[in-house]
Design a protein around this ligand. Structure first.
Ligand SMILES: Nc1ncnc2c1ncn2[C@@H]1O[C@H](COP(=O)(O)OP(=O)(O)OP(=O)(O)O)[C@@H](O)[C@H]1O
Length: 305
């Protein structure tokens, strides 16, 4: 009897990030040449295309999907795979690459990223939902949502464009009043930024929730109160030194049901993509809803040296 080969699809976003992708197809073809899986490759044509490709492929049977892109590409793919047995592999090619970094997938070593997919371990991660929209990294309103909107509207991509968007936004940004609750505990007040984090970072090693776990069935709620001058500079530094939790002006909570209410409809960010959302946003989490390939060392305690 002829055995049916397992099917793997690599989905490449041609516009994500700034690093070249032209060597990725040959690298994948070589890696899968002698394996029992059959490799297919496709380039996304725009928003929503990755999900269509997966829907169609699932009808014919699908073992895994390799995302070649950033957190937006991964969000579309992971949303389509969540709750299924189909596994996700990542070759980081975004601007921020938050999920890949949080899992310990290297940024500039494609051979190793591929080896993690073919020989790494599977981990099961949570999926957050903000008014029903899935996220795997972070969801936020306030300053992070405004920067994301600016970045999405910019004509260039990459870290420098992101930094410019942040500085331009900081000059005109006005904090808002919010009603917030987490697991029925009311918080509220004025905030510069509110982030619900499934993973520790936004991407680019900007650690907004240094102790977040992607698999605990909980989200870390981080509230940054209005900041000025030196305090803003201090937070920016602590974001990149993974010490934001040491700042007394920053509040952190952990839970599984968060409600954010604001005065008007406006921007939000979901895994670094800008969306518009209503006044009331309900955020929940589905525990361990997505299977992802990670390095064998993922999850092991890092020994101080
Ligand atoms: N061919 C295409 N043309 C334009 N946009 C596309 C195309 N294919 C996919 N997209 C969209 O590109 C967006 C950005 O992709 P992605 O988030 O992966 O990159 P990034 O923003 O550079 O990285 P990161 O999210 O890690 O910062 C996604 O929302 C996706 O829907």
């Amino acid at each position: 009897m002829k055995s049916v080969k397992k099917r793997v699809i690599a989905i490449i976003n041609p516009i994500s990030g700034i690093a070249s992708k032209h060597k990725v197809p040959a690298l994948l073809a070589a890696a899968y040449q002698d394996r029992e899986e059959e490799l297919f490759l496709t380039y996304t044509k725009g928003e929503g295309h990755a999900a269509e490709v997966i829907k169609e492929a699932m009808v014919h049977g699908l073992d895994s999907v390799i995302a070649v892109g950033g957190d937006g590409t991964i969000n579309e793919i992971a949303s389509a795979l969540s709750g299924s047995e189909v596994k996700l592999g990542i070759i980081p090619r975004g601007s921020g690459n938050g999920l890949a970094r949080a899992l310990g997938i290297p940024m500039q070593n494609d051979a190793e990223a591929v080896r993690i997919i073919t020989e790494g371990k599977l981990v099961s991660i949570d999926m957050g939902l903000a008014n029903g929209l899935p996220f795997f990294c972070t969801f936020g309103v306030g300053f992070d949502a405004q920067i994301t909107k600016r970045y999405d509207d910019a004509s260039t991509r990459g870290l420098l464009t992101y930094i410019k968007s942040a500085i331009d936004e900081y000059i005109s940004f006005k904090p808002q009043e919010y009603k917030i609750s987490i697991d029925n505990h009311d918080i509220g007040g004025e905030a510069f930024l509110i982030t619900c984090a499934n993973i520790e970072q936004y991407g680019n090693n900007a650690y907004i929730a240094p102790n977040a776990s992607p698999s605990d069935g909980l989200l870390d709620l981080v509230i940054i109160r209005p900041l000025e001058g030196i305090h803003a500079a201090q937070v920016a530094l602590q974001l990149f030194t993974k010490t934001i939790d040491k700042n007394a002006r920053i509040e952190s909570y952990r839970g599984s049901h968060i409600v954010i209410e604001r005065s008007a409809f406006g921007p939000a960010q979901i895994d670094g993509e800008s969306v518009q959302m209503g006044k009331k946003i309900e955020i929940g989490v589905r525990q361990q809803d997505l299977l992802v390939y990670a390095p064998l060392s993922f999850g092991e305690a890092i020994q101080p040296f």
